[in-house]
Design a protein. Structure first.
Length: 200
């Protein structure tokens, strides 16, 4: 049965092997470089997405403003055409064998079509206005995605800062050169054994 020291040494060796495998995997995957690259690309992606959201909103607002400007004109033309059509119908009712009757009939038919056309256009403008609700939904989705991207960016930056601080900590601890306490000082053999146990 292994002693406590042997078990501790075995555990330390296994832990060292795991740390070494993780270190090698991160090195081979380009972990630091990948995170740095992603962290630098995120602001650009976020800005582009915000730009798309802004342009979509501006386009939707422009369409709504144009609809608001055109709708009253359609209503006015339809009302005027209906009124003129009614007047022409009254004239035609009392015209009898008037030689101008064919022209009056053509004008009445035209005002009828004009009124129908203006009402149809008004309905089309209403449909266009109602379909702009896509912007509200897409704007909300884009806003949520920007929020997620920003949160991820902050987390990646924090991870990079922590990694940089850890590297600085290793560098600064290596630079410490204070007096060694004789019974606490590690011998070179101890350091070599520890590194060997970790697979270095």
């Amino acid at each position: 049965m292994p002693t406590a020291t042997e078990r501790a040494s075995d555990t330390q060796r296994q832990l060292g092997a795991i740390v070494r495998q993780l270190h090698d995997a991160m090195q081979s995957l380009g972990y630091d470089q990948t995170i740095r690259q992603i962290a630098t690309e995120i602001p650009d992606a976020r800005d582009r997405l915000a730009y798309v959201g802004g342009m979509t909103e501006a386009a939707a607002n422009k369409v709504l403003n144009l609809v608001d400007a055109a709708a009253p004109a359609c209503d006015e033309i339809a009302a005027q055409a209906r009124g003129l059509n009614e007047q022409l119908d009254r004239l035609l009712g009392g015209a009898g064998a008037d030689p101008h009757a064919p022209v009056l009939q053509a004008c009445a038919a035209f005002t009828q079509r004009t009124s129908s056309f203006a009402e149809t256009q008004r309905s089309t403008l209403t449909d266009i206005m109602l379909t702009q609700d896509f912007q509200d939904l897409s704007g909300q989705v884009i806003g949520k995605v920007i929020e997620i991207i920003s949160r991820t960016e902050r987390q990646l930056v924090d991870l990079l800062v922590q990694g940089a601080q850890a590297q600085e900590g290793h560098a600064s601890s290596a630079e410490l050169a204070g007096p060694q306490v004789p019974d606490k000082a590690m011998q070179q053999d101890d350091v070599d054994d520890l590194l060997a146990a970790m697979g270095f």
